[in-house]
Design a protein around this ligand. Structure first.
Ligand SMILES: CC(C)(COP(=O)(O)OP(=O)(O)OC[C@H]1O[C@@H](n2cnc3c(N)ncnc32)[C@H](O)[C@@H]1OP(=O)(O)O)[C@@H](O)C(=O)NCCC(=O)NCCS
Length: 115
C-alpha cells in the first residue's frame, strides 16, 4: 500500500496493489481511496497510472484488475480513464461476508502501452 501526498507532503489518500487469484488465474488487483476534501482533482487517476507502471515493471502477471461496486461511478471512471477494459460484472465478497455487485475492469499489462 502507498500513501498519496501532495508535493508539500500533505496526505490525501492511499492506493495499493496485491495479487489475488481471480477465476483460477492470479493477477494484480488495485484499490484506491482519496480523502473527501481532495476528491475530484484527478489525484486518483494520476496515482492509478503509477500503479500501472509499477505492476507492469514488476511483470509477474499479465492482468491488473479492479472491482469497483457498480454503484461507484467515480471508481469505474478511473479505470476507464487509464485504459482498463470492462470485462463484465460479478458478485464480489467485500468486506468478508458481504456480497456486492462489482464491475470487472482489467488492463493487459503485456499489451502495447495505451493505458
Ligand atoms: C473513487 C475515488 C478514489 C475517486 O478519486 P478522485 O481523486 O476524486 O478521482 P479523480 O478526480 O481522479 O476522477 C476520476 C474520474 O472519476 C470521475 N468522478 C469523480 N467523482 C465522480 C462522481 N462522484 N461521480 C461520477 N464520476 C466521478 C471524474 O470525472 C474522473 O473521470 P474522468 O477522468 O473521465 O473525468 C474517490 O472518490 C474515493 O476515494 N471515494 C471513496 C472510496 C472509494 O470509493 N474507493 C474505491 C473503491 S473501489
Amino acid at each position: 500500500m502507498y500513501r498519496m501526498a501532495l508535493p508539500d507532503g500533505e496526505a490525501v489518500g492511499t492506493i495499493g496493489w496485491w495479487a489475488p487469484e481471480w477465476q483460477g488465474e492470479t493477477g494484480y488487483e488495485s484499490g484506491w481511496h482519496i480523502l473527501p476534501g481532495f476528491q475530484g482533482r484527478g489525484i486518483a487517476v494520476a496515482a492509478a497510472r503509477q500503479i500501472v507502471a509499477i505492476t507492469r515493471a514488476a511483470g509477474r502477471y499479465r492482468w491488473l484488475c479492479a472491482f469497483p461496486s457498480v454503484d461507484n461511478p467515480a471508481s469505474s471512471a478511473i479505470c476507464r480513464r487509464i485504459g482498463f477494459e470492462l470485462a463484465g460484472e460479478s458478485d464480489f465478497e467485500y468486506p468478508k461476508g458481504h456480497l456486492m455487485r462489482s464491475n470487472v475492469w482489467r488492463l493487459d499489462l503485456r499489451a502495447t502501452q495505451g493505458g
